[in-house]
Design a protein around this ligand. Sequence first.
Ligand code: TRP
Length: 332
Amino acid sequence: MTEKKRILTGIRPTGSLHLGHYAGALENWLRLQSDYECYFLIADYQVSDYADDIARVRDSVWEVALDWLAVGLNPESGHFVIESLVPEHAELTTWLSWFLPLGMLQRNPTLKAEMADFGKKSVPVAFFTYPVMQVANILMPRAHLVPVGEDQLPHIEMTRELARRFNRQFKEVFPEPEGLVGRVPRLVGVDGQAKMSKSLNNAIYLKDDAKTVTQKVMSMFTPRMSPTDPGDPEITPAFMYHEAFNSDRAEVEDLKDRYRKGAVGDAEVKRKLAAAINTLLDPIRERRATYAANMRLVREALEYGTNQGRAIARETMEMVRDALDLGYLGKY
Ligand code: TRP
């Protein structure tokens, strides 16, 4: 039997997960979880922008783990790892930052955009260097594949570059990992803004109940003025969601057809969308409720996964120290 290839991917513990996470990444995790050895990281070293709200981070570690179990990730085959409980991440970050030119970090477009979002607030040093830690996250289990949202691709590019440099200069330790973006690289918000996100307050959460989902869908942004105007489904958020989440293709085609002719009201489009999303979320809600009533299982998943993460981290750090030839005390 050949060894499985490894996946590493992660999420920052800042709140519950939403449909954007689902279509952009989680779906791929689910699809791939039995073909790869998976490490799913809860990246709590990387939330320096929440330093004034550690309580939120602490709660979100559980929220994320619950959402993962709810969507159907299997904690026995995929390891749920709490990043800071594997402090080797911090150690590897330090070594790797020797080999990363400052300019490469400064040019990273995702980091640039996120730093701009701080506006007048000052940016913590740890925020500026978080992509380096993300490189360490990915290299730690010597991952081959990193299924993520589209905005994370620059970090994967950096990871490949650092892996190449390290391997060339020292020893072949790290595979060059590939990024993999989900079916819907970027989901619009219910308000029509380019991206669904917690901070923009335009998200539908996996744990939202059916009534909340229906309310959010019914109040979605609609670009056309009147229900008898011909509409363009390509630029209408409700239709982007139909494409993403409604498995009844015939229904979607029929609605699009009538929408283009101005022969369907927005209320009908949205009612059918709410029903489709609720159908998708129902089994997720059910599993979530089961785990929420038995948090011991969630704790076990985190404990077991973190131990597995620590084990491979120790192995990798041995390889890194050997490659760097750091056996100082062995000399005499
Ligand atoms: N920065 C990622 C995000 O905001 C989360 C993350 C942390 C991650 N470490 C990772 C993603 C390692 C992939 C691999 O979504």
